[in-house]
Structure formats: C-alpha cells, structure tokens
Design a protein around this ligand. Structure first.
Ligand code: AMP
Length: 396
C-alpha cells in the first residue's frame, strides 16, 4: 500500500510518500509560497532533489504538482497516480469532537470547519489541503489525523479551567493539548522498548522542539498535557512564553495600549527563549551564547530546564508515580546536556541517566543509569509515519 501524508499550511504543503510494506519514505517535499508565486522541492532517497520556482496559485495546483513529481520519469517513485492508495492529512484541531483519526467525509469536513474558532490559523489551511486532494484525486480515500485527538482521554480535572463554567459550555474553552500524534507515537514505542504493555505503564513524554509539550500517559491514555486551549501554554518555548499569570495580558495591554490579541501575539511570537536571551528562539543559538558566557542566554536555558522539571514532577504526582520518561523532537532527541540537566536532582523520584548512554546519538535508546527506578528513553518521533499508519488502518 502507498500512502501520501499531507501537512497543509496557509501558503505551504509538506508531504511524505510511504511504502507501507516496509514503512519506507519513498519521496518527500514541500510546496511553498502557494498563492504568492510558488516554489517546490521534491526529494527522492538517494537522488538529487528537484527544486524549482513554479506557478502555484492554489493548493489544488500544488497537489497536482506533487502527483506530477511522484510519477515523473526522472524524479518519480510510482508509474501512475492510481498507485496512491490513500491520503492522510495532519489536522491541528479536532476540538472535543474527535478522539481518534477519521476517514474524511462531508460530516468530518463540517466538524473540522466547526473547530476553526479553536484553530483559526491551521484548520482553514488543513481544509484547503483536504479539498485540494479531493479535487485532484476524487476516488482516493482520505483520513484526518488530529493533533488534539490523543489528549481527548484526559479526565475533567485535567482539561477544565477554573473559570466561569459557561465559557466551557458556550465556547468550548478548555484544555485540548497538541502534539498528540507525537506523544502517542513515542509513548507506544516506549512501551515496546520497555517490554510491557502500555496499559501497565505510567509514562511522561517530553516533546521538546520549537514548540514543546509534555504529556502524562497513564495506562496507554493521555492523563494530562501541558499545552492548553492553544499551543501557548506550558513549557518555555522558542518564541512562546508558556504558562504565565494570565493577568499579565491585561497589565501589558493597559501599559502599552496594545489590544489583548496583540499581547497574545507577542506571547506567541516574541517571547520564550527569544525574549529572555535577546538573541534567538533557536535552542542551539541560545546554548552557544550561554556557553560563551552570555547571562541572558543562561537564564533562558535555566528557565527552560526548570519548566520541564516542574512539569515532570507535577505529572508524576498526578499519576501517582512514573515508570518511564521519554525525550523526543529536535531538542529532546539531540541535546544530551538538556537531558542531563532535566534529570539532575530528580534522583529522589528514581530518575537518573547514564552519562555515556546519554551522550550517544542516533537510534532510539534507553539512557537510564544502572539501577534507576524510572527508565529514561530517547526516541525519535515520527508523526508522518503515525499518520500513514492510521491512514492504512482506516482504509485498507
Ligand atoms: P523541531 O521543532 O522538533 O524541529 O525542533 C527544533 C529545535 O530543535 C530548535 O530549537 C533547534 O535548535 C533544536 N535542535 C535541532 N537540532 C539540534 C541539535 N543537534 N542540538 C540541539 N538542539 C537542536
């Protein structure tokens, strides 16, 4: 079975094309500047990439070009587009409507539309990708995989905000959580590496990238997670503040004359590591500056480490213990210093990493110190593969 995985943004469309017999990525690429000119990059394993400025007036033309490249005599991997068996779409917000992936039909599209107020930037773009594929490949089944779905198992005490109840009832104001596909993938992989069914484990998964979140996964289900109604909540991130006193929004608004939505935009795009360091929102840049002696870069990193620790401690308490801790995504997979610093001081709860195992690179591995009560893992996340697997499962 061949599956195309699509992640559509407002002016971009990323894709990966899988052979599900061996989970191999046959080709991947990105269409950018859709509606503003157009640029495409298409990469086939072991070949020179195709890259060109091409007219991409809308997402449908982008999808047509993806199929053209997949079937091209030089850059292609299949002989005709009939070999695309199904399409899996990443969709940001499924609200409280979806606790799992769905084969797309008119009702699913209507429900994704209803979630637009919760994901105003992403859901319309995701829908553009879905409609473009329906137009270009009307007979190919399509599946929506939601970033929020895995977190739908949270109990009320985890997802409610202690604010007037009518805001929850009328507007759906509650915690939804994000990166669900990643937390689901790495927690399942962790159980496999642990050698026990997920149903018997308490796992804390730390997805640490440009956007970062932690999830408490109890008996295979999400029990709590650090992002909220939107991805702004929780950990200190590249350019997001993470959790702060909500009154800060009102105070900044009063002092600067900016509207609440302008302040929230600052909290999303001009805060986090970028704001504290004054240098960059990229963890590598901040680390380099910290190591060179920059004080603000140092505080930025310390704030990040502390926010991760605080969340791990909180989730272990909520679940009544923890069996495994997982680090994943750009920072979690690649930075041994961060992993060591997060683990330092958590010996009291059974977490300890082995410096030599922690310093290793590459494959998924157990980095726990000998005798540590909690096992710590580094696992590469693969959201696209998870989307492809769900798509296969629902359409085969
Ligand atoms: P992601 O959003 O998962 O792509 O992760 C992006 C973040 O990972 C950025 O803050 C990068 O600085 C960080 N990152 C990527 N590679 C490395 C690396 N080798 N060491 C440290 N941080 C890294």
């Amino acid at each position: 079975m061949h599956i195309l995985v699509i992640n559509a943004g407002s002016s971009s469309l990323k894709y990966q094309f899988f052979n599900m017999d061996n989970h191999e990525v046959l080709a991947k690429g990105i269409c950018e500047r859709i509606g503003f000119g157009g640029h495409m990059r298409h990469q086939v394993a072991g070949k020179v990439a195709y890259e060109a400025d091409i007219e991409l007036p809308d997402h449908s033309v982008a999808v047509e070009n993806v199929l053209k490249q997949l079937t091209d005599s030089s850059y292609g991997v299949i002989s005709d587009m009939g070999m695309v068996d199904a399409v899996g779409h990443r969709v940001l917000h499924g609200g409280a409507k979806f606790s799992g992936s769905m084969v797309i039909n008119d009702d699913v599209i209507a429900a994704i539309e209803e979630c637009i107020p919760l994901g105003p930037l992403h859901n319309p773009a995701n829908l553009m990708g879905i409609r473009a594929c329906q137009q270009v490949m009307p007979n190919v089944p399509q599946v929506a995989v939601f970033d929020t779905a895995f977190h739908q198992s949270m109990p009320e005490q985890s997802y409610m905000y202690a604010i007037p109840y009518e805001y929850y009832e009328q507007y759906g104001i509650r915690k939804y959580g994000f990166h669900g596909t990643s937390h689901r993938y790495v927690s399942a992989r962790c159980a496999e590496m642990f050698g026990k069914p997920a149903e018997e484990l308490k796992i804390i998964t730390c997805h640490l990238g440009n956007g970062s979140s932690v999830a408490a996964v109890k008996n295979g289900k999400c029990y709590d997670t650090s992002m909220g109604l939107t991805p702004l909540d929780g950990l200190v991130m590249g350019t997001r503040s993470g959790s702060i006193d909500p009154a800060v929004v009102g105070v900044i608004s009063e002092r600067t004359g900016k509207s609440a939505s302008e302040v929230v935009d600052i909290l999303n795009k001009k805060s986090g590591l970028l704001a504290i360091s004054g240098i960059s929102g990229d963890y590598r840049d901040v680390s380099a500056a910290d190591e060179a002696g920059d004080h603000r870069a140092h505080i930025a990193r310390e704030m990040l480490f502390q926010s991760i620790k605080r969340t791990i401690g909180g989730y272990a308490a909520e679940m009544g213990g923890v069996d495994a801790l997982v680090f994943t995504a750009g920072i979690g997979e690649n930075n041994d210093y961060l992993r060591q610093r997060v683990a330092d001081g958590l010996e009291f709860m059974g977490i300890a990493v082995d410096p030599a195992k922690n310093a290793g690179r590459g494959e998924d591995r157990d980095i726990s110190a000998e005798g540590a009560r909690v096992r710590t893992f580094v696992i590469s996340t693969d959201e696209e593969l998870m989307i492809a697997m769900d798509t296969e499962e629902l359409t085969k």
